[in-house]
Design a binder for this molecule. Structure first.
Ligand code: C6P
Length: 405
Protein backbone atom coordinates (compact mmCIF):
# COMPACT_ATOMS: atom_id res chain seq x y z
CA UNK A 1 0.00 0.00 0.00
CA UNK A 2 1.40 3.41 -1.01
CA UNK A 3 1.61 5.58 2.10
CA UNK A 4 2.43 9.13 1.06
CA UNK A 5 2.58 10.48 4.61
CA UNK A 6 5.16 7.85 5.51
CA UNK A 7 7.20 8.72 2.42
CA UNK A 8 6.98 12.48 3.08
CA UNK A 9 8.11 11.94 6.65
CA UNK A 10 11.39 10.58 5.28
CA UNK A 11 12.18 14.00 3.76
CA UNK A 12 12.93 16.48 6.55
CA UNK A 13 13.12 19.44 4.16
CA UNK A 14 9.49 19.08 3.08
CA UNK A 15 7.93 20.00 6.41
CA UNK A 16 9.06 23.64 6.39
CA UNK A 17 7.17 26.85 5.70
CA UNK A 18 8.22 29.25 2.95
CA UNK A 19 7.04 32.87 3.34
CA UNK A 20 4.60 31.61 5.97
CA UNK A 21 3.07 28.92 3.70
CA UNK A 22 3.68 25.18 3.66
CA UNK A 23 6.36 24.39 1.09
CA UNK A 24 5.01 22.76 -2.08
CA UNK A 25 8.20 21.58 -3.75
CA UNK A 26 7.36 21.09 -7.43
CA UNK A 27 10.84 21.50 -8.92
CA UNK A 28 11.88 17.87 -8.90
CA UNK A 29 13.14 17.84 -12.48
CA UNK A 30 15.81 20.34 -11.39
CA UNK A 31 16.74 18.26 -8.37
CA UNK A 32 14.83 16.03 -5.96
CA UNK A 33 14.95 16.33 -2.19
CA UNK A 34 16.92 13.77 -0.16
CA UNK A 35 15.50 11.23 2.27
CA UNK A 36 16.92 10.89 5.78
CA UNK A 37 18.58 7.57 4.82
CA UNK A 38 20.72 9.32 2.19
CA UNK A 39 21.56 12.23 4.51
CA UNK A 40 22.49 9.76 7.26
CA UNK A 41 24.66 7.63 4.97
CA UNK A 42 26.67 10.65 3.84
CA UNK A 43 27.01 11.96 7.39
CA UNK A 44 27.96 8.55 8.75
CA UNK A 45 30.64 8.16 6.11
CA UNK A 46 32.28 11.46 7.14
CA UNK A 47 31.82 10.76 10.85
CA UNK A 48 33.07 7.17 10.86
CA UNK A 49 34.77 6.02 7.65
CA UNK A 50 36.27 8.99 5.83
CA UNK A 51 39.48 8.07 3.98
CA UNK A 52 40.71 7.91 0.41
CA UNK A 53 39.79 4.83 -1.64
CA UNK A 54 41.91 2.20 -3.41
CA UNK A 55 45.09 3.57 -1.83
CA UNK A 56 45.42 3.10 1.90
CA UNK A 57 46.19 -0.08 3.77
CA UNK A 58 44.55 1.17 6.95
CA UNK A 59 41.12 0.27 8.28
CA UNK A 60 39.36 3.50 7.35
CA UNK A 61 40.57 3.31 3.77
CA UNK A 62 39.45 -0.29 3.53
CA UNK A 63 36.01 0.67 4.84
CA UNK A 64 35.74 3.66 2.50
CA UNK A 65 36.78 1.50 -0.46
CA UNK A 66 34.27 -1.21 0.47
CA UNK A 67 31.47 1.37 0.76
CA UNK A 68 32.42 3.07 -2.53
CA UNK A 69 32.65 -0.21 -4.43
CA UNK A 70 29.49 -1.42 -2.71
CA UNK A 71 27.71 1.62 -4.12
CA UNK A 72 28.98 0.72 -7.58
CA UNK A 73 27.46 -2.75 -7.17
CA UNK A 74 24.15 -1.21 -6.11
CA UNK A 75 24.15 1.06 -9.17
CA UNK A 76 25.02 -1.87 -11.44
CA UNK A 77 22.23 -3.96 -9.95
CA UNK A 78 19.71 -1.12 -10.20
CA UNK A 79 20.33 -0.66 -13.92
CA UNK A 80 21.03 -4.37 -14.55
CA UNK A 81 24.50 -3.89 -16.03
CA UNK A 82 26.41 -6.97 -17.19
CA UNK A 83 29.16 -6.26 -14.68
CA UNK A 84 30.43 -3.50 -12.38
CA UNK A 85 33.10 -2.78 -14.99
CA UNK A 86 30.32 -1.07 -16.95
CA UNK A 87 29.60 1.38 -14.10
CA UNK A 88 31.73 4.54 -14.34
CA UNK A 89 31.07 7.17 -11.69
CA UNK A 90 31.02 10.70 -13.05
CA UNK A 91 30.00 14.10 -11.69
CA UNK A 92 26.63 13.62 -13.35
CA UNK A 93 24.85 13.34 -16.66
CA UNK A 94 26.68 16.28 -18.20
CA UNK A 95 30.12 14.90 -17.45
CA UNK A 96 29.09 11.42 -18.60
CA UNK A 97 28.00 12.72 -22.01
CA UNK A 98 31.15 14.82 -22.32
CA UNK A 99 33.18 11.73 -21.49
CA UNK A 100 31.57 9.73 -24.31
CA UNK A 101 31.71 12.61 -26.82
CA UNK A 102 35.34 13.24 -26.00
CA UNK A 103 36.69 9.72 -25.57
CA UNK A 104 34.50 7.56 -27.82
CA UNK A 105 34.12 10.47 -30.22
CA UNK A 106 37.86 11.07 -30.54
CA UNK A 107 38.45 7.41 -31.35
CA UNK A 108 35.51 6.81 -33.67
CA UNK A 109 34.34 10.00 -35.40
CA UNK A 110 35.81 11.51 -38.55
CA UNK A 111 34.82 14.16 -41.09
CA UNK A 112 31.55 13.38 -42.85
CA UNK A 113 30.24 11.08 -40.11
CA UNK A 114 26.88 11.99 -38.64
CA UNK A 115 25.63 12.30 -35.07
CA UNK A 116 21.85 12.17 -34.77
CA UNK A 117 20.14 13.84 -31.82
CA UNK A 118 16.59 15.11 -31.31
CA UNK A 119 14.93 18.50 -31.09
CA UNK A 120 14.02 17.92 -27.44
CA UNK A 121 17.52 17.37 -26.05
CA UNK A 122 18.88 19.17 -23.02
CA UNK A 123 21.91 21.34 -23.83
CA UNK A 124 24.05 18.63 -22.20
CA UNK A 125 23.13 16.29 -25.03
CA UNK A 126 23.58 18.93 -27.75
CA UNK A 127 26.70 20.97 -27.01
CA UNK A 128 29.22 18.11 -26.46
CA UNK A 129 28.21 16.69 -29.87
CA UNK A 130 28.45 20.13 -31.51
CA UNK A 131 31.94 20.45 -30.04
CA UNK A 132 32.86 17.01 -31.39
CA UNK A 133 31.52 17.96 -34.83
CA UNK A 134 33.56 21.18 -34.78
CA UNK A 135 36.69 19.23 -33.87
CA UNK A 136 36.23 16.42 -36.41
CA UNK A 137 34.19 17.78 -39.31
CA UNK A 138 31.31 15.44 -38.47
CA UNK A 139 27.73 16.63 -39.03
CA UNK A 140 25.02 17.06 -36.40
CA UNK A 141 21.51 16.06 -37.51
CA UNK A 142 18.33 16.65 -35.54
CA UNK A 143 15.13 14.58 -35.43
CA UNK A 144 12.14 16.97 -35.46
CA UNK A 145 9.16 16.85 -33.08
CA UNK A 146 5.43 17.48 -33.49
CA UNK A 147 3.27 20.01 -31.60
CA UNK A 148 2.58 17.49 -28.85
CA UNK A 149 6.31 17.21 -28.27
CA UNK A 150 6.75 13.71 -29.70
CA UNK A 151 9.55 12.55 -31.97
CA UNK A 152 8.64 12.18 -35.64
CA UNK A 153 9.77 8.60 -36.05
CA UNK A 154 9.39 8.62 -39.85
CA UNK A 155 11.84 11.50 -39.92
CA UNK A 156 14.09 9.58 -37.56
CA UNK A 157 14.14 6.69 -40.04
CA UNK A 158 14.86 9.07 -42.91
CA UNK A 159 17.75 10.73 -41.06
CA UNK A 160 19.27 7.45 -39.92
CA UNK A 161 21.76 6.38 -42.60
CA UNK A 162 24.98 4.42 -42.88
CA UNK A 163 26.75 7.72 -42.12
CA UNK A 164 25.08 7.88 -38.66
CA UNK A 165 27.65 6.81 -36.09
CA UNK A 166 25.79 7.69 -32.93
CA UNK A 167 22.23 8.48 -31.89
CA UNK A 168 21.88 10.61 -28.74
CA UNK A 169 18.37 10.65 -27.32
CA UNK A 170 16.76 11.79 -24.12
CA UNK A 171 14.74 9.08 -22.36
CA UNK A 172 12.37 11.59 -20.76
CA UNK A 173 12.38 15.27 -21.74
CA UNK A 174 12.91 17.72 -18.89
CA UNK A 175 11.11 20.53 -20.75
CA UNK A 176 8.12 18.54 -22.03
CA UNK A 177 7.86 15.36 -20.00
CA UNK A 178 7.79 13.25 -23.16
CA UNK A 179 8.94 9.65 -22.66
CA UNK A 180 10.66 8.51 -25.84
CA UNK A 181 10.46 4.99 -27.31
CA UNK A 182 14.12 4.33 -26.56
CA UNK A 183 14.08 0.53 -26.98
CA UNK A 184 12.64 0.98 -30.46
CA UNK A 185 15.19 3.71 -31.22
CA UNK A 186 18.05 1.43 -30.13
CA UNK A 187 16.75 -1.37 -32.37
CA UNK A 188 16.48 0.88 -35.41
CA UNK A 189 19.85 2.56 -34.76
CA UNK A 190 21.65 -0.74 -34.31
CA UNK A 191 20.13 -2.06 -37.54
CA UNK A 192 21.72 0.95 -39.25
CA UNK A 193 25.07 0.30 -37.53
CA UNK A 194 24.90 3.29 -35.13
CA UNK A 195 25.65 3.35 -31.42
CA UNK A 196 23.10 4.83 -29.00
CA UNK A 197 23.53 7.06 -25.96
CA UNK A 198 20.43 7.54 -23.81
CA UNK A 199 20.20 10.59 -21.55
CA UNK A 200 18.40 9.21 -18.52
CA UNK A 201 18.75 12.30 -16.30
CA UNK A 202 14.98 12.64 -15.93
CA UNK A 203 13.80 9.10 -16.55
CA UNK A 204 15.79 7.05 -14.09
CA UNK A 205 13.87 8.12 -10.97
CA UNK A 206 10.48 7.55 -12.55
CA UNK A 207 10.62 4.35 -14.59
CA UNK A 208 12.60 1.12 -14.44
CA UNK A 209 15.72 1.06 -16.61
CA UNK A 210 17.30 -2.23 -17.63
CA UNK A 211 20.29 -1.46 -19.82
CA UNK A 212 20.56 -5.06 -21.04
CA UNK A 213 16.91 -5.15 -22.09
CA UNK A 214 17.30 -1.74 -23.75
CA UNK A 215 20.53 -2.95 -25.37
CA UNK A 216 21.80 0.65 -25.44
CA UNK A 217 25.51 1.37 -25.73
CA UNK A 218 25.62 4.18 -23.18
CA UNK A 219 23.12 5.18 -20.49
CA UNK A 220 23.81 8.26 -18.36
CA UNK A 221 22.12 9.82 -15.37
CA UNK A 222 22.59 12.01 -12.26
CA UNK A 223 22.06 10.91 -8.66
CA UNK A 224 20.65 14.27 -7.58
CA UNK A 225 17.51 13.76 -9.64
CA UNK A 226 17.05 10.35 -7.99
CA UNK A 227 16.97 11.44 -4.31
CA UNK A 228 20.76 11.23 -4.14
CA UNK A 229 23.54 13.80 -3.65
CA UNK A 230 24.67 16.37 -6.20
CA UNK A 231 28.03 16.02 -7.91
CA UNK A 232 27.71 12.30 -8.62
CA UNK A 233 26.22 10.38 -11.51
CA UNK A 234 26.99 7.49 -13.75
CA UNK A 235 28.04 6.52 -17.22
CA UNK A 236 26.95 2.99 -17.96
CA UNK A 237 28.77 1.78 -21.03
CA UNK A 238 28.92 -1.47 -22.93
CA UNK A 239 32.12 -3.10 -21.73
CA UNK A 240 33.45 -3.88 -25.21
CA UNK A 241 33.17 -0.18 -26.11
CA UNK A 242 34.60 1.15 -22.84
CA UNK A 243 37.57 -1.17 -23.21
CA UNK A 244 38.44 0.30 -26.61
CA UNK A 245 37.91 3.92 -25.58
CA UNK A 246 40.90 6.09 -24.60
CA UNK A 247 40.88 7.67 -21.12
CA UNK A 248 38.96 10.91 -20.72
CA UNK A 249 41.21 12.46 -18.07
CA UNK A 250 44.67 11.51 -16.85
CA UNK A 251 45.77 11.36 -13.23
CA UNK A 252 45.72 9.20 -10.14
CA UNK A 253 43.70 5.97 -9.96
CA UNK A 254 43.28 5.63 -13.74
CA UNK A 255 46.77 4.17 -14.20
CA UNK A 256 48.44 0.82 -13.54
CA UNK A 257 52.02 1.91 -14.26
CA UNK A 258 53.58 5.28 -15.01
CA UNK A 259 57.04 6.06 -16.34
CA UNK A 260 58.09 9.23 -18.13
CA UNK A 261 58.19 7.22 -21.34
CA UNK A 262 54.81 5.54 -21.12
CA UNK A 263 51.72 5.02 -18.98
CA UNK A 264 49.73 1.83 -18.73
CA UNK A 265 46.09 2.48 -17.98
CA UNK A 266 44.04 0.84 -15.25
CA UNK A 267 41.26 -1.71 -15.76
CA UNK A 268 37.63 -0.75 -16.19
CA UNK A 269 35.96 1.20 -14.78
CA UNK A 270 38.93 2.93 -13.08
CA UNK A 271 40.46 3.94 -16.41
CA UNK A 272 37.71 6.59 -16.53
CA UNK A 273 37.84 7.70 -12.89
CA UNK A 274 40.92 9.90 -12.63
CA UNK A 275 41.56 11.55 -9.26
CA UNK A 276 39.92 11.12 -5.87
CA UNK A 277 36.26 10.42 -6.57
CA UNK A 278 33.16 11.77 -4.82
CA UNK A 279 33.18 8.91 -2.32
CA UNK A 280 30.44 10.25 -0.05
CA UNK A 281 28.36 11.04 -3.13
CA UNK A 282 28.62 7.50 -4.46
CA UNK A 283 27.61 6.11 -1.07
CA UNK A 284 24.63 8.47 -0.97
CA UNK A 285 23.74 7.47 -4.54
CA UNK A 286 23.65 3.82 -3.49
CA UNK A 287 21.36 4.65 -0.56
CA UNK A 288 19.09 6.69 -2.83
CA UNK A 289 18.67 3.71 -5.14
CA UNK A 290 17.79 1.58 -2.14
CA UNK A 291 15.14 4.15 -1.23
CA UNK A 292 13.64 3.91 -4.74
CA UNK A 293 13.78 0.13 -4.65
CA UNK A 294 12.06 0.17 -1.25
CA UNK A 295 9.01 1.82 -2.83
CA UNK A 296 9.28 -0.02 -6.13
CA UNK A 297 8.64 1.22 -9.65
CA UNK A 298 5.15 -0.30 -9.87
CA UNK A 299 4.02 1.93 -7.01
CA UNK A 300 6.07 4.92 -8.18
CA UNK A 301 4.72 4.85 -11.73
CA UNK A 302 1.13 4.32 -10.61
CA UNK A 303 1.31 7.16 -8.10
CA UNK A 304 3.09 9.64 -10.37
CA UNK A 305 0.65 8.90 -13.22
CA UNK A 306 -2.28 9.67 -10.90
CA UNK A 307 -0.68 12.93 -9.84
CA UNK A 308 0.15 14.02 -13.39
CA UNK A 309 -3.40 13.19 -14.52
CA UNK A 310 -4.79 15.24 -11.63
CA UNK A 311 -2.58 18.23 -12.51
CA UNK A 312 -3.22 17.89 -16.25
CA UNK A 313 -7.00 17.92 -15.72
CA UNK A 314 -6.72 21.05 -13.58
CA UNK A 315 -4.51 22.69 -16.21
CA UNK A 316 -7.05 21.92 -18.94
CA UNK A 317 -9.72 23.80 -16.99
CA UNK A 318 -7.51 26.76 -16.11
CA UNK A 319 -8.27 29.96 -17.98
CA UNK A 320 -5.40 31.27 -20.10
CA UNK A 321 -3.09 28.30 -19.50
CA UNK A 322 -1.41 26.67 -22.49
CA UNK A 323 0.40 23.42 -21.78
CA UNK A 324 3.73 22.93 -23.55
CA UNK A 325 4.20 19.22 -24.18
CA UNK A 326 1.17 16.99 -24.45
CA UNK A 327 2.74 13.74 -25.60
CA UNK A 328 0.75 10.53 -25.35
CA UNK A 329 3.56 8.97 -23.33
CA UNK A 330 4.51 11.52 -20.74
CA UNK A 331 5.65 11.63 -17.12
CA UNK A 332 5.88 13.96 -14.15
CA UNK A 333 6.25 17.31 -15.94
CA UNK A 334 3.66 20.05 -16.42
CA UNK A 335 5.26 22.76 -18.54
CA UNK A 336 3.05 25.70 -19.47
CA UNK A 337 2.64 29.37 -20.26
CA UNK A 338 -0.01 31.59 -18.72
CA UNK A 339 -1.50 34.36 -20.83
CA UNK A 340 -0.18 37.81 -19.97
CA UNK A 341 2.31 36.72 -17.29
CA UNK A 342 5.96 36.02 -17.99
CA UNK A 343 7.04 32.65 -16.54
CA UNK A 344 9.73 34.38 -14.46
CA UNK A 345 7.14 36.66 -12.82
CA UNK A 346 4.98 33.62 -12.27
CA UNK A 347 7.85 31.79 -10.58
CA UNK A 348 8.40 34.71 -8.21
CA UNK A 349 4.72 35.06 -7.29
CA UNK A 350 4.38 31.31 -6.77
CA UNK A 351 7.39 31.38 -4.45
CA UNK A 352 5.60 33.96 -2.27
CA UNK A 353 2.80 31.39 -1.99
CA UNK A 354 5.20 28.64 -0.93
CA UNK A 355 5.14 26.90 -4.32
CA UNK A 356 8.53 26.08 -5.85
CA UNK A 357 8.56 25.62 -9.62
CA UNK A 358 11.16 26.35 -12.29
CA UNK A 359 10.72 29.10 -14.85
CA UNK A 360 13.01 29.49 -17.83
CA UNK A 361 14.26 27.64 -20.88
CA UNK A 362 15.20 24.59 -18.79
CA UNK A 363 18.51 24.28 -20.69
CA UNK A 364 16.48 23.21 -23.70
CA UNK A 365 16.46 26.40 -25.79
CA UNK A 366 15.64 24.60 -29.07
CA UNK A 367 12.39 23.38 -27.44
CA UNK A 368 11.50 27.00 -26.59
CA UNK A 369 12.36 28.02 -30.16
CA UNK A 370 10.07 25.29 -31.54
CA UNK A 371 7.10 26.50 -29.45
CA UNK A 372 8.05 30.17 -30.04
CA UNK A 373 8.09 30.99 -26.33
CA UNK A 374 10.97 32.59 -24.42
CA UNK A 375 10.44 30.34 -21.43
CA UNK A 376 7.88 28.14 -19.70
CA UNK A 377 6.77 27.64 -16.14
CA UNK A 378 7.42 24.04 -15.14
CA UNK A 379 5.96 22.09 -12.26
CA UNK A 380 7.64 18.71 -11.95
CA UNK A 381 6.40 15.99 -9.66
CA UNK A 382 7.96 13.33 -7.56
CA UNK A 383 6.83 10.40 -5.50
CA UNK A 384 6.37 12.54 -2.36
CA UNK A 385 4.11 15.17 -3.95
CA UNK A 386 0.44 15.32 -3.06
CA UNK A 387 -2.80 16.46 -4.64
CA UNK A 388 -2.87 19.20 -1.98
CA UNK A 389 0.38 20.56 -3.41
CA UNK A 390 -1.09 20.55 -6.92
CA UNK A 391 -4.08 22.46 -5.49
CA UNK A 392 -1.63 24.94 -3.93
CA UNK A 393 -0.02 25.40 -7.36
CA UNK A 394 -3.33 26.25 -9.02
CA UNK A 395 -4.44 28.49 -6.15
CA UNK A 396 -1.14 30.36 -6.55
CA UNK A 397 -1.72 30.67 -10.32
CA UNK A 398 -5.12 32.22 -9.60
CA UNK A 399 -3.42 34.61 -7.19
CA UNK A 400 -0.92 35.55 -9.93
CA UNK A 401 -3.80 36.31 -12.31
CA UNK A 402 -5.41 38.53 -9.66
CA UNK A 403 -2.14 40.43 -9.20
CA UNK A 404 -1.71 40.90 -12.94
CA UNK A 405 -5.38 41.90 -13.28
N1 C6P B 1 18.07 19.25 -16.02
C1 C6P B 1 16.37 20.74 -15.15
O1 C6P B 1 15.94 21.58 -14.36
P1 C6P B 1 23.22 17.46 -14.70
O2 C6P B 1 23.18 18.94 -14.55
O3 C6P B 1 24.51 17.00 -15.35
O4 C6P B 1 22.89 16.71 -13.45
O5 C6P B 1 22.03 17.07 -15.70
C2 C6P B 1 21.94 17.67 -16.96
C3 C6P B 1 20.69 17.23 -17.65
C4 C6P B 1 20.80 16.42 -18.76
N2 C6P B 1 19.72 15.94 -19.39
C5 C6P B 1 18.47 16.22 -18.98
C6 C6P B 1 17.31 15.64 -19.68
C7 C6P B 1 18.29 17.05 -17.86
O6 C6P B 1 17.06 17.31 -17.46
C8 C6P B 1 19.43 17.58 -17.19
C9 C6P B 1 19.26 18.54 -16.04
C10 C6P B 1 17.75 20.16 -14.95
O7 C6P B 1 15.67 20.33 -16.07
C11 C6P B 1 18.76 21.26 -14.77
S1 C6P B 1 19.00 22.21 -16.23
Amino acid sequence: MFDIEKIRAEFPILSQQIHGRPLAYLDNAATTQKPQSVIDAVRRYYEEDNANVHRGVHALSERATAAYEGARKTVGGFFNTRSVREVVFTRGTTEAINLVASSWGRANIKAGDEILITHMEHHSNIVPWQMLCEQTGAILKVVPINQAGELLMDEFDALLTERTKLVGVVHMSNALGTVNPVADIVRRAHAAGAKVLIDGAQAAAHLPVDVQALDCDFYVTSAHKMYGPTGIGVLIGRESLLREMPPYQGGGDMIRMVTFEKTEYNDLPYKFEAGTPHIAGAIGFGKALEFIRGIGFDAIEKREKELLAYATAKAADFDGLTPIGTAEDKACVLSFVLKGIHPHDLGTILDREGVAIRAGHHCAMPVMQFYKVPATARASFSVYNSEAEVDALFAALTRAQEIFG
